[in-house]
Ligand binder design. Sequence first.
Ligand code: NAI
Length: 254
Amino acid sequence: MANLKGKVAIVTGAARGIGAAIARRLASDGADVAICDLKAEWCEETVKALEALGAKAKGYGVNVAASAEVDACVKAVIADFGRIDIMVNNAGITKDGLLMRMSDEDWDAVLDVNLKGTFLFTRAVARPMMKNKAADGTQLGGAIINIASVVGIMGNAGQANYTASKGGVIALTKTTSKELGSRNIRCNAVAPGFIQSKMTDVLPDDVKKSYMEMIPLKRFGTADDIAKAVAWLAGDDAAYITGQIISVNGGMLG
Ligand code: NAI
C-alpha cells in the first residue's frame, strides 16, 4: 500500500467508474482528494465514500475541456486543500463509429475531453507542483498519472477518435515527463485493457467474447485493478519511474 499521508490529489471523472475507484484507493492510502466531474452534485457519493475512510474530500463541477473552468478548479482546490501533489487525468468519453462516417463533432468532442482535458489540467497543476518543497528546500514536486488505453497503443476499428486521443495522451505523458522531470514532477500513464464499467457494459456480447479470447488471464479487469497501479505510481515506491506507460490489461497486449 502506498503511503500518501499528507498528500493532496485531484482525480477527474471521479463521480463514478474507474475515477471513483482511484479516488477511494488514494484516500485509503492516506491522501485527501478533490473529486472533479461535470457537475459537483454527481461527486457527492464518492465524496461520502472517501469521508467514511477518514479522508478530506470535496466535489468540484468542471468540464475538463474548458480552459477557464480547469484553471478556476485548480485555484479552488489550492484554496481548499493548500497544495496539489497528485494529478490523475481520468475523465474520458467515447463516441464510436467507423472513420468514413465519423462526424467532425464526434472527432472534436472526444479529442477535447480525452486529450485536451489532460493537457489543460497538466498545465494548470505544473506550477503549484513546482512549489512543493520540503523544509530543507528539497524539491518534492508531484506525480501526474494519465489514464490512457490499450487501444491507444494497438488501434481499434470503430474508434478513430478515441484511439487517436489515447495515443496522444501517451505521447503527452512522455513529453510532460521530459519537461517537468527536473522539478521532480513525474508523469506516467496507466493503459487499461478491457475493464468492467459503464463504458464497456454497453458493448454487444460477441464483442465482449472476442476480447475475452485475447486476454491470457481470462477475466476482464476491474476498476480496482487500475486504481492499485495508479496509487503505486503516485507514491514514493515509484520515485524513479517517469515517462512510462504501465499496461494493466491481463496480458491482452504485450
Ligand atoms: P465512465 O464513463 O464510467 O466515467 C467517466 C467519468 O468522466 C464520468 O463520471 C463522466 O461524467 C466524466 N466526464 C466525462 N466527460 C467529462 C468532462 N468533459 N469533464 C469532466 N468529467 C467528465 O468511464 P470509465 O470506464 O470509468 O473510464 C475512465 C477512464 O478510463 C477514461 O479515460 C477511459 O477512456 C479509460 N479507459 C476505460 C476502459 C474501460 O474498459 N472502461 C478501458 C481503457 C481506458
